[in-house]
Design a binder for this molecule. Structure first.
Ligand code: MN
Length: 325
């Protein structure tokens, strides 16, 4: 672990030596979360001639962090490529999550996501799939002296948020967080209020309404739950997997005439929901993918049909997995 981090640190130092004072746009994925914004902020502090770019709206925690640290973000589409040397991409390596980055020169990429959808290539790449967050990688490659109070605050929140209540944490996660907390002088309760902001009242109501409509079956050794919601589908799915092995939560999008599904798995399962969702997407003429325990899809059929397909493909996937064990 330590050696791997040393290698990444060396790559970062080479990048800094070449582009440290270049004009750079720091780019992150759409619907930016705390890890995306916290990581972008830390890079912004290291690169004096950089700005932060992200598209669309942000998640609530990211929005709160921007407010607190007065982080200004720009839209990459409004920038002139010739005004910049290139971009630094943090917390993603797939164009599907940041389509506006197409055509830009990627000077450096820092990410922790699985390589399934990786189609971006950077001159320098600092990638650690084992890291629960991009912020943990960034803390590792920065010299302690370069981590100010506010950077430490942003990175600590990002680590807490992406570690999903430390379900995906490793020893280094706790060591890194302890170090950042000391520098930031912040209490854990304050960090947590950014990492896991309390849902808005209407979100709470949407989640409870969805809970009332939960259906579940026990099949192929798994408790499989489904429901429909008008909003907050990923929050609903996370909530359900406190009790079910897997949850598929559907939302009908009238304008697009399609069903969006958010899928989540309980921590102990070894299911790859991204594979399941990709298959459902293929069979129903849409697209699906994501992470093993958090995936999603969009398909041009109604919610009932989409949910039934998720259950069928999921069972087929589990049965097939058993055969090869
Ligand atoms: Mn992340």
């Amino acid at each position: 672990m330590k050696n791997e981090m040393e290698t990444l640190k060396k790559t970062f130092e080479k990048f800094l030596a070449k582009y440290g004072s270049a004009k750079i746009a720091i780019v992150t994925h759409s619907r930016a979360d705390v890890d995306a914004i916290g990581s972008a902020y830390a890079m912004n502090k290291i690169l004096p001639n950089s700005i932060i770019c992200t598209s669309e709206e942000m998640r609530e925690g990211a929005r709160l962090l921007c407010e607190k640290l007065d982080i200004k973000v720009k839209d990459l589409r409004n920038l002139k490529k010739t005004d910049f040397e290139g971009i630094v991409v943090v917390d993603t390596s797939a164009y599907t999550l940041v389509p506006e980055a197409k055509g830009w020169e990627i000077l450096c990429m820092i990410d922790h996501h699985r390589s399934d959808g990786k189609d971006m290539h950077g001159e320098f790449e600092i990638i650690d799939h084992e890291s629960p967050s991009t912020a943990e990688i960034i803390t590792g490659i920065l010299d302690d002296g370069n981590i100010g109070k506010e950077t430490a605050f942003a990175l600590a929140i990002a680590i807490i948020a992406d570690a999903a209540r430390f379900k995906s944490a490793r020893t280094n996660t706790f060591e890194t967080l302890a170090k950042l907390m000391k520098i930031s002088k912040a209490e854990y309760s304050e960090l947590l209020s950014f990492a896991e902001p309390e849902p808005k009242q209407e979100a709470k109501i949407a989640m409870l309404s969805a809970m009332k409509k939960v259906n579940y079956i026990y099949a192929a050794g798994h408790v499989i739950a489904t429901t429909e919601t008008e909003s907050n589908e990923s929050d609903v799915a996370s909530l359900i997997t406190e009790a079910a092995d897997v949850a598929f939560v559907a939302k009908w999008k009238d304008r697009e005439q399609e069903t969006r599904i958010s899928a989540r798995a309980m921590k102990s399962t070894d299911i790859h929901l991204n594979t399941v969702m990709a298959e459902v997407g293929r069979e129903l003429g849409g697209v699906g993918g994501g992470h093993p325990k958090a995936a999603g899809l969009a398909v041009p059929v109604h919610t009932d049909e989409a949910l039934q397909k998720c259950i069928d493909i999921f069972i087929r996937y589990v049965e097939k997995q058993k055969k090869y064990e």
